[in-house]
Each structure stands twice: as structure tokens, then as C-alpha cells.
Design a protein around this ligand. Structure first.
Ligand code: NAD
Ligand code: WQD
Length: 344
């Protein structure tokens, strides 16, 4: 065993895939999740894939006393990967205090406790949303941070600043900030995947639910952007690839390879794909005809963004491997599995 890692939000979409990869790499995982956007059955899915059931504690990471108890019971936690957060952009505009409280307090609580319990490493889930509409594409880590478009986006910016300020103050642990582009797809076994609550706001779950007949029609938000086919461009990154980057980040800090006490990496493929290209690829890979129509732009959408992932490739030694075809096929397989299980 390489050591014990606390995964907050480990029952969620990216956290569950990361738990599997940590276990595959020989780490012992303790999950803390309040199940506000997930269910305990995800732990069964993790166990089915890896053969090992992670320790699971239903706990809010804003509950400082509860977290102290956890650190005392679970001795020798070496690192924390902090996924736990509220993540719906639209909801954050309606309920800003919920987002500021949940997303900022949880980080403060963890960072206050880390030195007391000898935790050496923190990985934080940030987002390409911090770049807004970049002036230069592909966007690298030195690009300016743009004013946030939503309270959710603002919590990512503020949390990045909290981490940098705290690390620069000389605390005895290291941090890695990972800026995800658009994570999609599911584990190839279809034992775990994305489980959106209610009507999906994100493209891929809306696509797979439309193909399944759960939604009648996909609305494509705009075909009059300044892009080759007029629809928005994103960098869609396979969730298992993304999960693997977290293992590399933890290894890097725990084996003393960090070049600086706080490092930031883009996690993307380096390829931009338009909404219409994505739909075409989905249809080709799955053989499903997608019912979609072009509608007006969605307020607040970025026109185009994709990553320059060279720093992660060269410094972290991580690269996105999966093709968009296999990734979309995995999303479809997951949707079929949800139907089989009667979940959706
Ligand atoms: P998710 O909602 O599937 O997972 C988050 C998990 O955290 C959920 O299981 C939820 O129940 C839990 N949680 C929330 N607040 C908590 C709290 N206070 N205490 C304990 N558990 C709590 O989301 P995800 O897509 O897996 O995202 C993980 C992280 O990555 C988030 O920080 C998110 O902001 C960030 N991120 C996600 C995307 C994306 O498109 N999915 C992109 C960029 C960044
Ligand atoms: C992708 C593309 C839409 C739905 C959001 C957050 C961001 C990040 C990831 C965390 C866009 C288009 C979508 C639909 C569509 N999360 N679309 N019809 O907007 O890149 O980013 O999730 O940090 O912060 O803002 O992702 O999946 O919502 O949209 O045409 O029904 O699909 O316009 O171009 P987005 P998305």
C-alpha cells in the first residue's frame, strides 16, 4: 500500500472514477461525501471494478468536528483530493450563499485541519471556467483569470487564491490545482458514470438521454458563433483520463517531485470540438439518430475554449489517451446500463 488518501466528494462523478484509479495504483481510499448529489450505491460500483471497497463516511466536509473525528479515527491520511462542491452554474446564480458557503467553507475546513493531522498533499478541482473567454487559444496556465460569470465560477477563483495564499504563507504541505476542461464519458465497465439530478444542464447527459428517449429533443444553443460551423467549441476530456491525472498529482507531491509548493495544471486533450461535430460523432459511434434543433444562444456561454495541455504532458507526465469516439461510446453504454437497472 502506498498510503491513505482522503477523497472528498468521492461518491460523485469524477471522485468515483478517481477512487478506482487510486486503488489501481495501490492507494487506500477513504471517501467523505454528504450524498447531496450522489448515492451510496456508487460505492458498490467502485468495489465491483476494483475489488476493494473504499471506506465510506457520510459526512459534510463543512462539519469541522465530524472531520476532526474522521482524521483521528483514520490515522495517517497522507493526502486529500478535494472534489466536494456544489457545481450547477445556473443554481449558483439563484442561490449564491449556498455556493459560497459550501464550496469555500469546505476548503477552509480541510486546509485548517491538514497541518494538525500531518497531511502532506492537497489536490483541488478547479475549472477552465477561470479563463472565461480566453484571448489566445489554446489556453495555457499563464493566461489571465477573467472576471467570473457566476457565483460557482467565482468559488473556483477564490478557492485557488485561498490555496496560493496559504501555501505561500509557508504551511507544511503542498498543493496541486487541476483546471479541468469538459469531463465526459464513463468507466468502460459502465459500473460508474455521471448521474445528473433532474434535467441535465450539461451537453453529454442531455445527448444520451435524448437518444434514449428520456428527453424529446436536444437544443443546440446557437449556430451563429464565430467558429467554423457556428456552434460553440469545447475540449471534452475522458473522465478516466482525468481521474488518472489525480493519481499522478498525488504521487508527485508525496514523492517530493513538485517543483513548487503549489502548482497548477490544465487537464484537457488540446483538441477543440464543436457541438455539431460532437453530435455527428455520437451518431456515428452509437448508430443512434439524435433529435436536435438549433435554438438561440444560452446566456453566459463561452464561444470557444480548449486547452494547451503541454505543461501537464511535460511536467506532470500525464496525457489524455482516450479517443472521443471511445469516450462517447462509454457515455452511451452507461446510459444503457442505467436503463437496464431501471434507474433512468
Ligand atoms: P459531483 O456533484 O458528481 O460530485 C461532487 C460530490 O461532492 C457529490 O457526490 C456531492 O454529494 C458531494 N458534496 C458536495 N458538497 C459536499 C460537502 N459539503 N461535503 C461532502 N460532500 C459534498 O461533481 P463532479 O462533476 O464529480 O465534480 C467534482 C469536482 O470537480 C467539483 O469540485 C466540481 O466543481 C469540479 N469540476 C467539475 C466539472 C464538471 O464538468 N463535472 C468541471 C470542472 C470542475
Ligand atoms: C457544452 C456545450 C453549450 C447543453 C459548464 C460549466 C463549467 C464547467 C463545465 C465546472 C456548450 C452546449 C449544452 C445543451 C447545448 N463545470 N449545449 N445544449 O458550458 O462548457 O461548462 O460545465 O467547472 O463551469 O459552465 O458545459 O456541457 O453545459 O455545454 O448546445 O442542452 O454544449 O452551449 O457550448 P460548459 P456544457
Amino acid at each position: 500500500m502506498k498510503g491513505k488518501i482522503l477523497v472528498t466528494g468521492g461518491a460523485g462523478y469524477i471522485g468515483s472514477h478517481t477512487t478506482v484509479e487510486l486503488q489501481n495504483a495501490g492507494y487506500e481510499v477513504v471517501i467523505v461525501d454528504n450524498l447531496s448529489n450522489s448515492s451510496e450505491s456508487v460505492i458498490d460500483g467502485i468495489e465491483k471494478i476494483s475489488g476493494v471497497r473504499p471506506v465510506f463516511m457520510k459526512l459534510d466536509c463543512n462539519d469541522k468536528a465530524g472531520m476532526e473525528k474522521l482524521f483521528e479515527e483514520q490515522k495517517n491520511i497522507k493526502g486529500i483530493i478535494h472534489f466536494a462542491a456544489s457545481k450547477a452554474v445556473g443554481e449558483s446564480v439563484q442561490k449564491p450563499l449556498l455556493y459560497y458557503r459550501n464550496n469555500i467553507d469546505s476548503l477552509l475546513t480541510l486546509m485548517e485541519l491538514m497541518p494538525r493531522y500531518g497531511v502532506d498533499a492537497l489536490v483541488f478541482s478547479s475549472s477552465c471556467t477561470v479563463y472565461g473567454q480566453p484571448d489566445v487559444l489554446p489556453v495555457d496556465e499563464n493566461a489571465p483569470i477573467k472576471p467570473a460569470m457566476s457565483p460557482y465560477g467565482n468559488t473556483k477563483q477564490i478557492n485557488e487564491e485561498i490555496i496560493r495564499d496559504t501555501i505561500y504563507s509557508g504551511v507544511p504541505y503542498k498543493a496541486i490545482i487541476l483546471r479541468y476542461f469538459n469531463p465526459i464519458g464513463a468507466h468502460p465497465t459502465a459500473e460508474i458514470g455521471e448521474l445528473p439530478n433532474g434535467v441535465p444542464q450539461n451537453l453529454i447527459p442531455f445527448v444520451t438521454q435524448t437518444a434514449m428517449g428520456i428527453r424529446e429533443q436536444l437544443s443546440v444553443f446557437g449556430d451563429d458563433y464565430n467558429t467554423p460551423d457556428g456552434s460553440c467549441i469545447r475540449d471534452y476530456i475522458n473522465v478516466v483520463d482525468l481521474a488518472k491525472a489525480h493519481v499522478v498529482a498525488v504521487d508527485r507531491m508525496l514523492t517530493g517531485k513538485s517543483l513548487e509548493n503549489v502548482e497548477t495544471f490544465n487537464l484537457g486533450t488540446g483538441r477543440g470540438l464543436s457541438v455539431l461535430e460532437l453530435i455527428k460523432t455520437f451518431e456515428k459511434v452509437t448508430g443512434q439518430k439524435l433529435n436536435y434543433k438549433i435554438v438561440g444562444r444560452r446566456e453566459g456561454d463561452i464561444e470557444q475554449v480548449w486547452a494547451n495541455p503541454e505543461k501537464a504532458n511535460n511536467v506532470l507526465g500525464w496525457k489524455a489517451e482516450e479517443s472521443i469516439e471511445d469516450t462517447l461510446a462509454s457515455a452511451w453504454k452507461w446510459q444503457l446500463r442505467l436503463r437496464e437497472k431501471g434507474i433512468m
